[in-house]
Design a protein around this ligand. Structure first.
Ligand SMILES: [Zn+2]
Length: 341
């Protein structure tokens, strides 16, 4: 074994390395020269047969060759790894500007949601903030605290889904008035949206679940004038400035006095048509000054504070606004219908 043999091993190895273009091949090649039984390692083992002088020269040269080869292999490994990474990036690159393969149809906002948002925004513009309560409600909040004690004939006005003797599916959003009176410090103005439930057969104008929205104002010295002013502003914002409004006396157990609000028919402009049954007027909401008993029941002093409220059926307003003659269409989610809005 001579120094020339070492150079030969080196030349052969360098030549072999030139034709290697793959990391796996490089990993297979490495031990054939530098591994435990590699050519160079075996050559080093032959060193013991040399004279001490030869051994020194041979040993030094062998180390140089080893270092050189290791460096070449390491550089090659880096280059191959980089190339592999680049290739992967190129292959897996995604053109984020390419058009999609599937055409996703454009969605619409449900007409009832459109109307809800419009009313809500109109009320927020009048200084109201949204307030929500649970759909499953204490009977106490839904009726008793609202001046409808057990056995009160007015309870017959609403047929209720009872969950237990004391828990119901709320029949109106009005229990939120109780909740806000019990938890908030007056004065405040709330807009209260939500689903409500009644035992009703489904037909063109009835649904066992429907969407209500309520305005509730608690302040000092409120009168019917404040209520009417708020409602005129509200009606004009939602239905337009050309619409007229009138108040009719009515009855609700939790308000005194109570009124119902009509607006001039949005279809015929007040001349009389099928929708307004020839009267020129359409009833849109109920309202009133909160009965002092309700404030008292909720721990608010009726001598210090007063309140008014008005409740509106979002589905009904939606029907009026878009001329929808069957309320079922608003709850059935038929895409052919909804696509028109
Ligand atoms: Zn009409």
């Amino acid at each position: 074994m001579t120094v020339q043999d070492l150079d030969k091993i080196k030349q052969n190895a360098l030549k072999a390395l030139e034709s290697i273009n793959d990391l796996d091949d490089l990993n297979t090649f490495y031990p054939t020269v530098l591994g435990r039984n590699g050519e160079l390692t075996l050559a080093l083992r032959e060193m013991k047969n040399l004279s001490p002088e030869e051994r020194a020269v041979f040993g030094q040269h062998a180390n140089t060759v080893k270092k050189e080869l290791e460096e070449v292999i390491e550089n090659k490994r880096k280059a191959l790894a980089d190339a592999k990474m680049r290739e992967m990036f190129e292959k897996e690159a995604v053109d984020v500007t390419a058009p999609g393969k599937v055409c996703i149809p454009r969605g619409r906002i449900h007409p009832m949601t459109q109307v809800y948002r419009e009313i809500r925004d109109a009320m927020i513009g009048l200084g109201f903030t949204t307030y929500e309560g649970p759909e499953i409600e204490y009977e106490d909040y839904c009726f008793t605290k609202l001046n409808l004690p057990k056995g009160h004939p007015a309870r017959d006005m609403q047929d209720t889904f009872y969950i237990s003797d004391s828990v119901v599916l709320r029949t109106h959003t009005t229990p939120c008035e109780v909740r806000s009176l019990l938890s908030k410090k007056p004065p405040f103005r709330l807009v209260i949206p939500g689903r409500v439930f009644r035992v009703d057969e489904v037909d063109a104008s009835h649904s066992p679940v429907f969407m209500q929205m309520e305005g509730f104002v608690v302040d000092k010295n409120l009168s019917l004038r404040d209520l009417k002013g708020t409602l005129i502003e509200f009606v004009h914002t939602v239905f337009g400035n050309d619409v007229n409004m009138r108040m009719r006396p009515s009855y609700f157990p939790f308000t005194e006095p109570s009124a119902e609000i009509d607006i001039s028919c949005t279809i015929c402009g007040g001349k009389g048509c099928r929708v307004c049954k020839g009267t020129g007027w359409i009833e849109i909401l109920g309202c009133g000054i909160i009965n002092p008993h309700v404030l008292e029941n909720c721990g608010v002093d009726p001598n210090e504070w007063s309140a008014f409220a008005f409740g509106i059926g979002v589905d009904r307003v939606t029907s009026l606004k878009f001329g929808i003659s069957d309320i079922r269409l608003e709850y059935e989610n038929d895409a052919r219908f909804l696509r028109q809005f």
